[in-house]
Design a protein around this ligand. Structure first.
Ligand code: NAD
Length: 245
């Protein structure tokens, strides 16, 4: 793939880079995006309607079991060449921030360090009432299990649709976008706010903006560069052309 020379130079000279990733970067690790059809047992459910507080109130068992299924999928998955390329990129850039909407923890497993998890992490569990993290609980057979402190149901420590994002993480993400010299938006359809505003904030603050996605999105037209293709192929090639093998 031909990477524009202006982009190669911008990345080579950049001291501050921020990256936003979405579900698309983990697609090649076998973790479906919400917009792809779910498989088997879960094919008849719309994930956007399971990942909500309303769904959990209506049917906590269904939502807990769906998350258990996703946790197992994620536990079996491995970081792909796209995740690994971003971990390598961090080694070359003095001030590098990886902002992710993903809850799968694959960036950390790939070796990335400065990560802002905007939507939480599926491997953690919290109390649905007090919102404090819970590491251990009694398995009584009840689904979902109960908080050992207050007996409310436990839930995954992720941000559901209609919930607010953690304020600190969001502020840090916008600061990183504002100071970035290069901003990459990878594998995100850029429709879920407020994360979707980050690439445009970076652009307005003068960053060179790059989108990596096999399909066009709402922000494609506003990007300085668009690299069309799967992240697992495009990112390693980008790193190779900027920093060598
Ligand atoms: P999304 O809105 O981020 O859209 C997925 C995007 O990925 C699409 O634009 C698609 O064209 C692109 N894509 C598909 N394959 C790709 C590839 N190989 N390389 C690069 N891009 C690719 O995702 P969504 O599924 O609608 O998710 C909505 C919310 O749920 C987001 O917050 C998302 O991150 C979260 N979610 C997280 C995970 C995860 O943690 N892995 C999985 C599903 C959903």
């Amino acid at each position: 793939m031909e990477i524009p020379q202006a982009l190669v130079s911008a990345l080579k000279n950049a001291r501050r880079v921020a990256v936003l990733t979405g579900a698309g970067i983990s697609a090649e690790s076998g973790i479906p995006t919400f917009r792809e059809a779910q498989t088997g047992l879960w094919a008849r459910y719309d994930p956007a309607e399971l990942a909500t507080p309303q769904a959990f109130r209506r049917n906590p068992r269904l939502v807990w079991e769906w998350y258990q299924w996703r946790r197992e999928l994620i536990a079996q998955a491995e970081p792909n060449p796209g995740h690994l390329a971003l971990a390598r990129m961090e080694q070359h850039i003095p001030d590098f921030t990886l902002i992710t909407q993903n809850v799968d923890g694959l960036h950390r497993r790939a070796g990335s360090q400065n990560i802002i998890e905007l939507h939480g992490n599926i491997t953690r569990t919290k109390c649905s009432q007090e919102h404090i993290l819970i590491d251990t609980w009694e398995e009584t057979g009840e689904v979902p299990p109960r908080c050992p402190r207050c007996r409310a149901f436990l839930r995954p420590d992720v941000v559901w649709f209609h919930e607010s994002l953690p304020a600190d993480a969001l502020q840090e993400a916008f600061e990183a976008a504002k100071k970035a010299q290069v901003f990459l938006s990878i594998g995100t359809s850029a429709v879920v706010q407020p994360a979707a505003s980050l690439p445009l904030t970076a652009r307005q603050s003068g960053a060179v903006t790059v989108e990596i996605n096999p399909a066009p999105t709402l922000i494609t037209e506003s990007m300085s560069f668009v690299l069309t293709g799967p992240a697992g192929a495009v990112l390693p090639e980008l790193c190779r052309q900027v920093w060598g093998a």
